[in-house]
Design a protein around this ligand. Structure first.
Ligand code: XCC
Ligand code: SF4
Length: 625
């Protein structure tokens, strides 16, 4: 029997969310919460990870009574294979996004597009130098061509290692080499994971797990890092700026366009089109006070970091944003876009527009945005939104709140600039104990968890302990709505963090970007480790994804652990059906890579665990606790 949906009070900590869930229920519109209730209870075998559908001798389910699949695979093998494919899925998502940026760079170099350009030449040259490409005395185009070819090659089959391993401390690289964990190519590791998990291949769970880690490293230090770095080259490296967040950023008197998905390649063009004077004039003629572009999920984060556009919400706000009744168009690229948005848009005047051939939605209006036609396509999309303004039913509009202020734009380059040109002041603040350590809180919402309850509570608990928090992805809006992303939030921080952030005029919780931008955090950790001449696993740092749901979040967690970062998850992946795999993830990896996952649903306890870890790491570095 399906369960009743939970009472609204238990679904979210936010008033804007609760108001829109109530409106949806009053209007008879189904959301993720009703569907979760329909799907509950979930299949126990699947929850444990002990189902296999990798061949047609099965499908097989493992239990005490039937401990092996038809082929003879046991629970350990099946759980490891399923987890490996889960990681491959996440790594593929981030990395294929990264590849799209290389293709835009290629289109720029070959003169196929005028819509995109190299905005940050200095960054391009710095990347070239870092990855062993000659810069001095060469034309920018030639340098760019080498960078492009180098990154394309990182997707293939390198004999040794991918380019950005140049950033990794030698001690860490030695560990990877010893374990057979060195990532050799993004597509290679993902394809090899599919190969290994075919019937009759890798039937040793720990061995499969090592390759899962290698696959995730090809994402973190490969696909994601390339995505972040080339986005900066093409659209500009983020600098600190103010913006706003929550459903109040949707404006009753404007044409509202929400961009959703991940890649700035599309959303940047939508924003550019929305700023086109002719289109603005057309909107005004139709009675609107302008065109408002607001963000959802990670493509929102991308635009927020670089252009300061407001954030309408994170994952569990995507359906609810449409329910305001004031959204003319939702423009999506790929990833984390619930297909239900098409149905919900259909309950209003909202146009749902997809833009990528690899992520099409039945019932959507489709535009194929490519480098050569991007701006022109974007203008057509914005025009459709403007025309939709007249169809809006004013009687069904309800924008439930006023927006809150947030500060954004913390790229590593911006942080180093704020520190006066080097990381030394940060190293000194850590050494002095004013900043005791740092934790990245990343990832999603999950309807099984009261929305943002854990994301926000953990951030608050950590800053109280003088632990700097970096947020990305869907934790951004959570932290922002909780008032943690403004300089005044130092009032919620411990004395040391308050002193340092107060002096710099920055929040104790820094917005570090989208989910591919977790690569920025990896880079920062590597730079700190190199500055101290230690390994990343020696640093007083951690990572957490309290409310994660996606394959990508699991890939992020695993590359963090494999990079030596102690990593918290609010709930386990579907691995508990294998003791071997579970023990490896939650303790065994410590001996191998110097870090593990820990699973903990209580955020006060989680903060204490990080505190203990940070104390130990500080001691190891010869610092006060
Ligand atoms: Fe998706 Fe990146 Fe998760 Fe948000 S945080 S729900 S993965 S949008 Ni990446
Ligand atoms: Fe069953 Fe083995 Fe086939 Fe999986 S690979 S479905 S366990 S027979």
């Amino acid at each position: 029997m399906a369960k009743e949906p939970k009472p609204i009070e238990e679904l979210s900590i936010w008033d804007d969310a609760k108001a829109m869930i109530a409106k949806a229920r009053a209007e008879g519109i189904e959301t993720v919460h009703e569907r979760l209730a329909q799907q509950t209870p979930h299949c126990k075998f699947c929850e444990l990870g002990t189902t296999c559908r990798n061949c047609t001798m099965g499908p097989c389910r493992i239990s005490a009574k039937m401990p092996r699949g038809v082929c003879g695979a046991d629970a350990d093998v099946i759980v490891a294979r399923n987890f490996g494919r889960f990681i491959a899925g996440g790594s593929a998502g981030h990395s294929d996004h990264g590849r799209d940026l290389i293709e835009v760079l290629e289109a720029i170099i070959e003169g196929e597009t005028k819509d995109y350009k190299i905005t940050d030449e200095a960054k391009l040259k710095a990347l070239a130098a870092e990855t062993g490409i000659e810069v001095e005395g060469r034309e920018l185009k030639d340098v760019a061509t080498d960078v492009m070819e180098n990154f394309f090659a990182d997707f293939g089959s390198r004999k040794k290692e991918i380019s950005f391993l140049s950033r990794v401390p030698q001690k860490r690289k030695d560990i990877w080499a010893k374990l057979g964990m060195t990532p050799r190519g993004v597509d290679r590791e993902i394809a090899e994971m599919m190969h290994r998990t075919h019937m009759g291949c890798d039937n040793d769970a720990p061995n499969t797990m090592i390759h899962a880690a290698r696959t995730s490293l090809s994402d973190g230090w490969g696909g994601s890092m390339i995505g972040t770095e080339l986005s900066d080259v093409i659209f500009g490296t983020p600098t600190p700026k103010m913006s706003t967040a929550n459903l109040g950023v949707i404006k009753e008197d404007k044409v509202n366009i929400l961009v959703h998905g991940h890649n700035p390649v599309v959303s940047e063009m939508i924003l550019a089109a929305a700023r086109d004077p002719e289109l603005v004039e057309k909107a005004e003629k139709l009675g609107a006070k302008g065109i408002n572009v607001a963000g959802l999920c990670c493509t929102g984060n991308e635009l927020l970091m670089r252009q300061g556009i407001p954030m309408a919400g994170n994952h569990l706000m995507t359906e609810l944003a449409i329910i305001t009744g004031a959204v003319e168009a939702v423009v999506v690229d790929y990833q984390c876009i619930m297909p239900s948005l098409v149905q919900i848009a259909g309950c209003y005047h909202t146009k749902f527009i997809d833009t990528a051939n690899k992520a099409r939605f039945s019932g959507a209006i489709h535009f194929d945005i490519e480098p050569h036609n991007a701006l022109q396509q974007a203008k057509e999309i914005v025009n459709l939104a403007i025309e939709g303004f007249a169809e809006r039913d004013a009687g069904r509009v309800d924008i439930p709140c006023e927006p809150v202020e947030i500060m954004t734009g913390f790229s590593n380059e911006a942080v180093i600039a704020a520190l006066g040109g080097s990381l030394d002041p940060l190293v000194q603040a850590i050494a002095a104990g004013d900043i005791r350590g740092a934790v990245g809180i990343v990832g999603c919402n999950n309807p099984k968890i009261k929305q943002d309850s854990m994301n926000v509570e953990l951030a608050k608990e950590l800053i109280k302990k003088d632990i700097l928090v970096l947020v990305t992805g869907c934790v951004t809006t959570a932290a922002g709505k909780a008032g943690l992303l403004v300089p005044d939030a130092i009032e919620m921080a411990g004395p040391g963090l308050k002193k340092v952030c107060g002096a710099l005029g920055i929040p104790p919780v820094l917005h570090y970007g989208s989910c591919v931008d977790n690569a920025r955090i990896l880079q920062l950790c590597a730079a700190l480790a190199n500055a101290l001449n230690v390994d990343i696993s020696d640093l007083p740092v951690g990572a957490s994804s309290p409310e994660w749901y996606s394959e990508k979040a699991a890939a992020i967690g695993l590359y963090a652990v494999a990079s030596g970062i102690y990593t918290h998850l609010g709930h386990p992946p579907n691995i508990l059906g294998s003791e071997v795999v579970t023990d490896l993830a939650t303790s065994g990896l410590e001996d191998l890579v110097g870090a593990t996952f820990f699973i903990e649903p209580d955020m006060v306890k989680t903060a204490e665990m990080f505190d203990e870890r940070i104390k130990a790491k500080r001691k190891g570095l010869g610092l006060s606790e």
